[in-house]
Design a protein. Structure first.
Length: 646
């Protein structure tokens, strides 16, 4: 991926578009957040009542204008009340505030709020879980609890939607694209990069709505009660200062973030490769080398994360020094007003609280661009995969009717690497009821050839036809629905043995399932398993031997009601007796199927209706076993002689 290929604004605008399916719920979240800061206006009111009219003896009627506009209607009811009555009202108001928003009168110190994050850790995994399950409210109490639960579900649904979109795109990528990608990197993007959308959307939508609303609301309250606009200007200046100081660090923070995520993905990829190939590592005595490689990459990942934190801390430090001076000037101005008697002690508490709150909003607004840089690298890595061209059907592609005649390759050529041809002008036909065996030395192009039929690969020249229909002009879904596979590397999943078998056809009857298992020889070892068909296989079928995995894969292909059957080395791990029974079953299955069989074993191919011998990407010889062994010095004859001599 090219660094900086998309601007941060483009990335953030694109991420916000993913809110569209949840726009109603996000609108309510924004409304709840904006509404939650309104009660904060009344937080200093109980303290002001105590200081001015219970401890002090100021006239409430004369001071009514110094109360925030939202509280005046209630405070007016206290005009003429005794100190004891005002004290009781203050206690009741504090209890109500505590129940409603989890807060009581404050002088600008700590406030309650509702959130939920993992207890410890600033590593990528912890931060990812926090982002994917972010639940928060600017207040506590019953209101905060409701907003928290709403936000939690919203965060999870947003991340699920975003993560599912990426997973769908990965599944739709061409086989050649997936072969070039490290699985660990894709997993990292799917699990650790996608949750950055939560922070990006919340910061963008809330930062651009709640913060300006809060600044305007509190600035109006200061002006309305005290005609002290300079305090609001001080706070706005603090926000502008945050923006001006952190802006130069934004690009650096993004670059550090990109390196951090790239290093994390490399570590995940190293872990995935090491664990997946643990047998090879142990058998070759490579544990120390793998451990050292993982150690280097893990150390580099932590170092890159420290780089991100270092840039953020330095930017905050640069903004803090002038910011403290600005706050000091504002605080001294309020103190001077109190000393001069222009405002009361209660007014002092109210002004300090309001000024602190405006500062919070202004700083968050000023530092918004800087904070968004932390999300941009992760989002860009996700959008990089999103922008990869998926497999697409040709315009006007039609459904392929059920195959009932033949498969034909016409002058098919394909090369994996420019200048290194894998297939050269390959042409042949196989008909319904026939078994066509494809043999040849390693690297001859056998697997590449059969990969063209389901359109895992597309011919660079030539075409492939099913019953005369060019498969490039039909939908992939209708084509692949008619093909059953047995791959050279068996693809099994965690789950029960029966679930793995039913992957081919979920609606298969019990009789059909048992019949396929019997033909492939699965029933022979199922009886010995502790839970029979309900035995959990573990990751990639770890509970089975190689031969058992192969039998299960064959049974799954036979269970699929598909007219085309492709088998890539299906008998390589089978004993001779099981192999012969399987080949007899294949002959029976081929009566109403088109069968393509790739194999190196003479016993598997000698009964085929036609044999194609590939060499250097070309069909060197074709015919039946008897015809090909009769060719003096023939390639297939040499192949037979080598096996029989062995």
């Amino acid at each position: 991926m090219t660094r900086g290929s998309q601007s941060p604004l483009t990335i953030l605008a694109r991420s916000v578009r993913y809110v569209s399916p949840l726009r109603g719920r996000f609108a309510l979240k924004v409304a709840l957040a904006m509404l939650s800061i309104v009660p904060l206006l009344v937080l200093p009111v109980p303290i002001k009542l105590l200081l001015d009219h219970v401890i002090g003896d100021l006239s409430l009627a004369d001071r009514i204008g110094s109360y925030p506009f939202i509280a005046r209607p209630v405070v007016r009811l206290l005009i003429g009340a005794s100190r004891e009555e005002i004290l009781l009202f203050t206690v009741a108001a504090q209890a109500l505030l505590l129940l409603a928003i989890g807060q009581i009168g404050t002088d600008g110190g700590e406030r309650d709020r509702t959130d939920a994050y993992l207890a410890t850790g600033v590593d990528q995994a912890t931060e990812t879980e926090n982002s994917a399950n972010a639940g928060f409210s600017f207040v506590g109490g019953l209101y905060g609890l409701f907003e928290f639960r709403w936000t939690l579900r919203l965060s999870q649904d947003l991340n699920h939607h975003f993560r599912s979109q990426l997973f769908e795109r990965i599944q739709s990528l061409p086989l050649t694209r997936l072969d070039d990608a490290r699985i660990g990197d894709s997993v990292y993007r799917l699990m650790y990069d996608t949750p950055t959308i939560s922070a990006a959307c919340y910061r963008t939508l809330l930062g651009l709505t709640v913060a300006p609303f809060g600044v305007a609301l509190y600035a109006f309250a200061i002006w309305d009660s005290f005609r002290a606009p300079r305090l609001a200007l001080y706070a706005v200046g603090l926000g502008a200062l945050s923006l001006a100081v952190t802006w130069p660090f934004a690009a650096l923070l993004r670059r550090r973030g990109e390196r951090n995520r790239a290093a994390g993905a490399k570590t995940t990829g190293s872990l995935e490769e090491g664990v997946s190939n643990i047998l090879a590592v142990q058998s070759q005595g490579g544990e120390r080398r793998e451990r050292e490689r993982f150690d280097r990459e893990s150390t580099a990942s932590f170092a890159s994360h420290r780089g991100v934190i270092g840039v953020a801390m330095f930017a905050i430090l640069c903004a803090s020094v002038p910011g403290v001076l600005l706050v000091r000037s504002a605080f001294l101005e309020v103190v001077d007003l109190a000393i001069a008697g222009t405002i009361s002690l209660g007014d002092f508490s109210l002004l300090v609280t309001y000024f602190a709150q405006i500062c919070v909003f202004c700083v968050s607004l000023g530092g918004l661009w800087f904070a968004l840089q932390l999300s941009a690298p992760g989002l860009e890595r996700v959008f990089y995969l999103m922008d990869q061209e998926p497999e697409r059907d040709a315009p006007g592609a039609r459904e392929l009717p059920r195959a009932s005649e033949s498969v034909r390759f016409e002058a098919v050529s394909f090369e994996h690497v420019a200048g290194s041809a894998t297939l050269r002008d390959v042409s042949f036909e196989t008909r319904l009821g026939q078994i066509t065996a494809i043999v040849g030395p390693a690297g001859a192009g056998k697997t590449t050839l059969i990969s063209h039929l389901p359109r895992f690969l597309a011919p660079q020249t030539g075409r492939v036809l099913v019953d005369g229909h060019d498969i490039a002009e039909v939908t992939r879904a209708s084509l692949r629905a008619q093909i059953a596979f047995v791959f050279q590397e068996n693809a099994l999943f965690a789950g029960t043995l029966e679930e793995n078998l039913r992957l081919a056809r979920r609606d298969a009857t019990e009789l059909e399932l048992r019949r396929a298992a019997q033909i492939a020889g699965v029933d022979e070892f199922v009886r010995d398993l502790p839970d029979g068909w309900r035995t959990e296989l573990g990751r990639a079928g770890a509970g089975l031997s190689v031969g058992q995995k192969q039998r299960l894969a064959i049974a799954r292909a036979l269970l699929r009601d598909a007219p085309i059957l492709i088998l890539d080395e299906p008998t390589s791990a089978l004993d001779p007796d099981t192999e012969q029974r399987l080949l007899a079953a294949l002959r029976e299955a081929a009566r109403d199927r088109i069968v393509l069989l790739v194999s190196h074993r003479l016993s598997s191919v000698r009964e085929a209706d036609q044999i194609l011998f590939l060499r250097d990407g070309r069909i060197a010889e074709r015919g039946t076993h008897a015809e090909l062994v009769a060719i003096p010095g023939g390639a297939y004859r040499r192949f037979v002689e080598l096996q029989t001599a062995g």
